[in-house]
Design a protein around this ligand. Sequence first.
Ligand SMILES: [Zn+2]
Length: 175
Amino acid sequence: MIYKGSNTYSINSCETIEVFYNIRTDIEKLNAASEMTKLTYDVTTENQNSYKILQLYLNTLYIISETDKDLEFVISIFKMRLMMLIGYKPIVEKCSCCKQPKKLVSFSMKHSGLECEECKLSDTSSIDISPTTLDAIKYIIGCDAKKLYSFDISKESKKELEIIAKLYTKEKLEI
Ligand SMILES: [Zn+2]
């Protein structure tokens, strides 16, 4: 129950709908949920419509609590999707540097997106990625919210995605 005071809103009472119980009994799940909560808190502000971020947050809590998915993988997906929702959608349709529709082989932190063979040579912020990781990034930022966690990739690609998601979030949020 929420009510409006003269300047602020106050919560009067509440009723639990879903407690995500498994997060309480597993320290790794708790750690992943905490990291995600901190990031969500950092990118949202009061009185701003954050429906899509809330949806992402709740879906991810559900995945952490109710499935056995690799937690680093879940957090990487969460980060890339969150960056997209707050306006930092990486450029994936063409080279983020020369803007040409060339074959894309790496991810550039400087140009916020995928990069071609030639451009990456002069870009120290560029990280080589496999075609699978490239497709995963495209999927994460373009898929339906409900299907965000409905895919899997190899261990190597998960590692690449993890590095990119970590650096990209750091760069965009200046943390
Ligand atoms: Zn290029």
